[in-house]
Ligand binder design. Structure first.
Ligand SMILES: *Cc1c(COP(=O)(O)O)cnc(C)c1O
Length: 459
């Protein structure tokens, strides 16, 4: 789909600054894993060879971004850097009210701090885990309405991130009054990093307008989503990613943004919207938790780097390399017979551990077992998206998640094709000894965002 005339993926940049990888031997890794209680969030990063834990906040900044840091204006109020940032976000999104925040979940906390609450329902194509947590902490219900094919991991499909419009209309018809807003996560991170089509964005927008409910984009990967639209939605082939992104934002009333993804920065985010009354409420909450609304928990230099990153991410050569290199990883795994969620997402490839490790039942966390096996084999760090993250305990009874996935998230501009080739080679080896991989049990866990802190042990 995104093939070019050449087979080799050329990273569209030269490397100016490098850092060493963390080489370890198998014995060391065994001990590290034990000490981390089989929770890879507790492994020191310098004991990781290739870190595919997340694409969040792990991007390499450009020379222009490093240069922009020096232009940062650190004034408490009304810093020049804020106005630079505000202009960039306004030009991109078209929204009038722009609130910087330190990362995406701060935007969520602020927004649901006044639109959430008991009795409210927040529908989305799929809520990201922190979004769901912030909705639920407010007392509201987070309702996922993905299209049914999102759950079929075997069929391709261009826009499996879409929202089920029929289901949305039903919800708005029956309990529209308790729905303060609707969220479209672009791309749909929790269900395979699949894109949402412009057609779907428009349709969701139309339904929201009909019931007078605002639509917000969870725009963490807006540029990747825009590029998928360019590749896969006919009438957008000749449009620039920027024009497509602008159109996406134009169909919504606001957005939440974790700039640690497509902002190409290591920390940052924003909340943007048109409604001045909501913006005022948001600023009141922001001042308490994040800081004055012209810096929102960030340094002036962060705002400069974010502003630059939001422009660079829409570069077509960059997006071509980005989407193609993730797709290449997916193809490589499939060549070794590793079942993945098809098609590969924009920022990550998701391995279907339920199939790959069919001998491990959900209550023994097959995806987490695979995460641990991959680290043990070669020091590669990934993350579980399955029953450890989404499983529930109800009166002592375990309710597994619908899926058992291992996510290989690719940091932006960090690894080269040879790193990716190495990951593929390691999977080839694991595929040959998959029956030997054993399940895990939880020894200790907290009720909210369990996966970050849980302690596990092999069974
Ligand atoms: C990362 C992410 C968030 C939360 O952002 P943080 O910057 O990690 O707080 C919210 N939504 C989506 C879709 C994300 O990927």
């Amino acid at each position: 789909m995104s093939k070019s005339a050449w087979n080799t993926i050329i990273e569209p940049f030269k490397i100016k600054s490098v850092e060493p990888l963390g080489f370890t031997d198998p014995k060391e890794r065994e001990e590290i894993l034990r000490q981390a209680h089989y929770n890879i969030f507790k492994i020191p990063a310098d004991k990781v060879l290739i870190d595919l834990l997340t694409d969040s906040g792990t991007a390499a900044m450009s020379a222009e971004q490093w240069g922009a840091l020096m232009r940062g204006d650190e004034s408490y109020a009304g810093a020049r850097s804020f106005f630079v940032f505000e202009k960039t976000v306004r030009d991109l999104t078209g929204y009038r009210e722009i609130l910087p925040v330190h990362q995406g979940r701060a935007a969520e906390r602020i927004l649901f701090g006044f639109v959430g609450g008991k009795g409210k329902v927040i529908p989305a194509n799929t809520h990201f885990d922190t979004t769901r947590a912030n909705v639920e902490v407010s007392g509201a219900e987070a309702l996922d309405l993905p299209v049914p094919e999102a759950w079929n991991f075997h069929t391709g499909g261009s826009f499996k991130g879409d929202m089920d419009c029929e289901a949305l209309e039903k919800v708005l018809k029956s309990k529209g009054k308790s729905v303060p807003l609707v969220i479209l996560t672009i791309t749909n991170n929790s269900l395979g990093g699949q894109p949402v089509s412009m057609k779907n964005i428009k349709e969701v927008s139309r339904i929201c307008k009909k019931y007078r409910v605002p639509l917000f984009l969870d725009a963490a990967r807006f540029a990747e989503n825009a590029y998928f639209i360019k590749l896969r939605e006919q009438c957008y082939a000749s449009k620039t990613p920027r024009a497509i992104a602008q159109e996406m934002f134009s169909h919504a009333d606001g957005c939440l943004m974790s700039a640690k993804k497509d902002g190409l920065v290591n920390m940052g985010g924003f909340l943007a919207m048109n409604d001045p009354h909501w913006a005022q409420k948001a600023r009141e909450i922001e001042i308490i938790g994040e800081g004055f609304p012209t810096y929102g928990g960030l340094a002036g230099r962060d705002l400069e780097a974010m502003s630059q990153g939001l422009q660079e991410v829409l570069d077509e050569e960059y997006l071509k390399y980005r989407i193609r290199s993730v797709e290449y990883l997916g193809e490589g795994l499939q060549e070794h017979g590793v079942p993945i969620v098809e098609p590969p997402g924009g920022h990550a490839v998701y391995v279907n551990a339920k199939e790959f490790l069919g001998h491990i039942p959900p209550e023994r966390f097959p995806a987490q077992a695979l995460v641990c096996a991959l680290y043990l084999e070669a020091g590669i760090r990934t993350v579980e998206i399955g029953s450890l993250m989404f499983g529930k305990r109800n009166n002592g009874k375990f309710i597994p998640a619908k899926m058992e996935l291992l996510r290989l998230a690719v940091p932006r501009r960090v690894y080269t094709q040879s790193h990716i080739d190495f990951v593929i080679e390691v999977f080839g080896r694991l595929a040959k000894k998959r029956e030997k991989i054993q399940g895990l049990k939880i020894v200790e866990a907290s009720p909210i965002l369990t996966h970050f802190t849980a302690k596990l042990a092999p069974v």
